[in-house]
Design a protein around this ligand. Structure first.
Ligand code: NAG
Ligand code: NAG
Ligand code: NAG
Ligand code: NAG
Length: 750
């Protein structure tokens, strides 16, 4: 027994770092010991030093030492060891706690002083129990209960201390916490007191509503939460239905006969005869489906039946909002949620989005595109039949922000790849005694005791003088979400804010190239390196007009100018971090029609490049050529070897003079065809690219919409189909006026 107690003491000593002996030689010492254990109190170095002493607890004498012996009554529980000047208290009780005082005397009985010590006898914390409960607003109350004296509680979730965004009720030191909606993870409650510690962990799943469902109506539809529970009211009063069988598919769940459940007890699906309701706990998707109750009278005659349809859905949760700046300054925002059949709705600054704010209109999808320069407080709300959830964010518009102001939560900043960005974290560093700066949830540095911890990073210096931090040599991996976690002097979290940094390659090396199309239009393309370039064009200082533009979209990097347009053309490119431009003097396209080295050339060429023919003509091709184009195409390829002036051709020339004339026409026609064909292709290419740019989000939207419709109509079909099919035959069965033979037949069938 003693051995066990000693072992326990040593173990506790190790765990709680309390020395196994209690040093009473220091005045005011404090000793903590475990209930039922023992304590060795060192009263002095050597008993010879103190000829007489009295040891008292709460003023009653326990031990009197005089003339080299203990003169108080011997107490086996509290032996004194003169050999080493220590006293032991065995089998510690709670009432051994208290103030102990040693009064010391010299040989003549003169008081030479006194010392006190406090002994605390505590029950160890143990058998930690965690219990959780869902509150009405789906917060979760978790309580941690431990046996033991003076327990102190601390909590972690997934390894970190609980944050404000997780805690609904804030005090984490108590044994009861309330977590916000939709919080799940690995929760640990640690309990300690001065002599021991213990902990308990559990995997928490967020709360889902328990739904109730009225199964007294035939054809009822009920929705319930995956992993939740549902109460289904089968009847008002169980005495109304002397016997019944509750069936799902081909399996009997519950059979009620003679006021008893005769099916094997199922803890997951208890029936409450007191109120005629049945509960299904821990719902899974396979609990979805049609449930049927067959009702019988005392004699076993069928009285009728009812069905109900149960839909088990995963609740919508963990809504995530993300946004993107599109090349033309619109902002694409997508809202993503876990859960079945989510329906999305959006508000900006409290009102539903208007046409003047929305660029792409469908607000029921999870992706919207906002027009340029829209900012405010955006909320995406998601709901399905069993739950709802939402997420909000502050939008800053997609315009370029010259400096990066991290003092606003949700700021957006842009930095140049390879460049640097200054982020203003706070007005004054003295406002925030401690903070932690994270990127994508991993710490960059801490600010603690007026120092950067772990050490100064030369690439990311912090300037306490003005509360700003610089990131040098920006790379794409510096893009992301930065979080400032702020703490007070005691290390208590006092809030956080985030900012998004976008590192973009600057637009640069703008290249302009041009091409003459078959009808004399000029295609000009502007190409730039860099991220998300936005293009704009001017000709002779003004933006391009319809009378100059053949293909109208001036925001793409390819334009097509009408015939005979010339002038000073500028292509400007910009993104959030830079801009660049390229200019050229455009000469128009000219039509040439000549023979060079025996080759017939008839096409539109750029005027300055026209070295093909000596005398360019400006006669445009007529539409006649395009109409014969198709026919001549195959002829052209068959006769193409002839074009190079093979000798046989030349020899035959005098004979086939008339034919030659025809051939020349055919040749021109075929070239014209090729040109026309090429032009079509080019125009197509232009249109295609424009389409692609616009389709990026349009696509998503349309696909989503269709998906939803299909889903919906499937659901609708299934629901109504089942209701319809089950209704008719059952109506006749439930009709109490149907004669006995019907019942008899039904019964036989069973
Ligand atoms: C003092 O001596 C006793 C008896 O030998 C021993 O059990 C005890 O552990 C000693 N106490 C200290 C504090 O050394
Ligand atoms: C201390 O508690 C024990 C029981 O744990 C009891 O027997 C004893 O009388 C108590 N002593 C005093 C002084 O109250
Ligand atoms: C029926 O009774 C049970 C047990 O008392 C209770 O838990 C349940 O909520 C009740 N159901 C309804 C629908 O009243
Ligand atoms: C803050 O101070 C540093 C060092 O003096 C300076 O380089 C930096 O530009 C300042 N930042 C801002 C935002 O004023």
């Amino acid at each position: 027994m003693k051995a066990v107690i000693k072992l326990q003491l040593i173990l506790i000593g190790v765990c709680s770092a309390v020395k196994p002996s209690c040093d009473g030689r220091q005045n005011g010492a404090q000793c903590f010991r475990v209930l039922g254990g023992a304590v060795d109190v060192q009263l002095m170095d050597n008993v010879l030093q103190i000829p007489r002493f009295r040891w008292k607890r709460n003023n009653s004498v326990i031990l009197y030492w005089r003339n080299n012996r203990v003169i108080t009554r011997k107490d086996d529980r509290i032996p004194f060891f003169p050999i080493n000047g220590s006293v032991r208290i065995n089998d510690l009780r709670r009432n051994d706690s208290g103030e102990y005082k040693i009064e010391m005397f010299d040989r003549n009985g003169k008081n030479t002083g006194w010392k006190t010590l406090q002994l605390f006898v505590q029950a160890p914390v143990s058998s930690v129990q965690l219990a959780h409960d869902c509150l009405s607003q789906l917060q979760m109350k978790v309580s941690c209960v431990s046996q033991g004296d003076s327990p102190q509680y601390s909590w972690t979730l997934d390894g970190h201390t609980l944050t404000d965004s997780e805690l609904f009720s804030r005090n984490t030191r108590t044994n009861i916490i309330v977590l916000r909606q939709n919080i799940s993870g690995h929760l640990v409650c640690s309990v300690r007191n001065q002599i021991s510690n213990s902990s308990k962990e559990m995997n928490l799943n967020y709360c889902v509503e328990k739904t109730s469902c009225d199964g007294r109506q035939h054809g009822a539809q009920c929705f319930a939460n995956l992993r939740g529970a549902v109460d289904i009211q089968l009847t008002n009063n169980v005495s109304e239905i002397p016997r019944f069988t509750w069936i799902k598919g081909n399996s009997i769940i519950l059979k009620w006969r003679k006021k008893k459940i005769v099916t094997p007890k199922n803890d997951r699906i208890p029936f409450f005869p007191s109120n005629g309701s049945v509960r299904i706990n821990d719902l899974t998707r396979t609990d979805s489906g049609e449930y049927k109750i067959d009702m019988f009278d005392e004699d076993g005659y069928m009285m009728g039946c009812r069905t109900l349809q149960l839909f088990v859905q995963a609740p919508v949760s963990s809504v995530q909002l993300s946004h993107d700046c599109l090349s033309q300054g619109q902002m694409k925002v997508s809202c993503v949620s876990q859960g079945d059949s989510p329906q999305y709705s959006w508000t900006l600054d409290g009102h539903t989005l208007t046409d003047s704010e929305l660029f792409s209109r469908n607000t029921e999808t999870n992706i919207i595109v906002l027009r340029q320069n829209i900012s405010g407080h955006l909320v995406c709300s998601v709901r399905n039949q069993v739950s709802n959830s939402s997420k909000e964010m502050n939008l800053n518009d997609c315009a370029l922000e010259p400096s990066c102001d991290g003092r606003q939560n949700g700021a957006q900043c842009f930095g140049v790849l390879g460049g640097a960005v200054d982020v203003q974290l706070m007005d004054d560093v003295s406002e925030i005694p401690r903070f932690k700066w994270n990127i994508n949830n991993s710490a960059i540095f801490f600010w603690k005791n007026n120092k950067v911890v772990p050490s100064k990073d030369d690439r990311i210096p912090f300037f306490p003088s003005n509360g700003s931090v610089r990131i040098n040599d920006l790379t794409r991996t510096d893009s992301g979400e930065y979080e400032l976690e702020m703490f007070d002097g005691n290390g208590k979290n006092i809030g956080w804010r985030t900012l998004q940094l976008f590192v973009k390659a600057p637009v640069s090396s703008v290249q302009l190239s041009h091409d003459c199309l078959s009808q004399g239009q000029m295609k000009v393309s502007c190409v730039s390196q860099g991220d998300s370039p936005q293009y704009s064009w001017t000709l002779d200082g003004h933006t391009l007009t319809d009378s100059e533009l053949f293909s109208r979209n001036t925001e793409t990097n390819i334009i097509v100018l009408r015939q005979n347009i010339s002038g000073h053309l500028v292509c400007s490119v910009r993104n959030q971090v830079s801009n660049s431009s390229k200019e050229m003097n455009l000469a128009g396209c000219g039509f040439i029609n000549c023979t060079s080295n025996g080759t017939q050339i008839a096409k539109w060429v750029y005027k300055e490049n026209n070295t093909l023919c000596v005398e360019p003509t400006t006669v445009p091709p007529t539409t006649k050529y395009t109409s014969v184009g198709k026919k001549t195409q195959s002829n052209t390829s068959a006769s193409s070897p002839n074009d190079n002036g093979h000798p046989w051709y030349i020899r035959l020339l005098p004979v086939m003079g008339g034919v030659l004339a025809a051939l020349v026409i055919v040749l021109i026609a075929s070239i014209a065809f090729i040109c026309v064909h090429k032009k079509k292709k080019n125009t197509k290419a232009v249109e295609k690219e424009e389409d692609d740019q616009e389709m990026t989000y349009a696509d998503v939207r349309i696909v989503k919409k269709q998906g939803r419709r299909v889903e919906k109509s499937e659901e609708a079909d299934v629901e109504y189909g089942q209701v319809k099919f089950s209704k008719k035959p059952r109506i006749s069965q439930t009709n109490p006026t149907v004669d006995d033979t019907v019942y008899a037949q039904v019964r036989k069938g069973r």
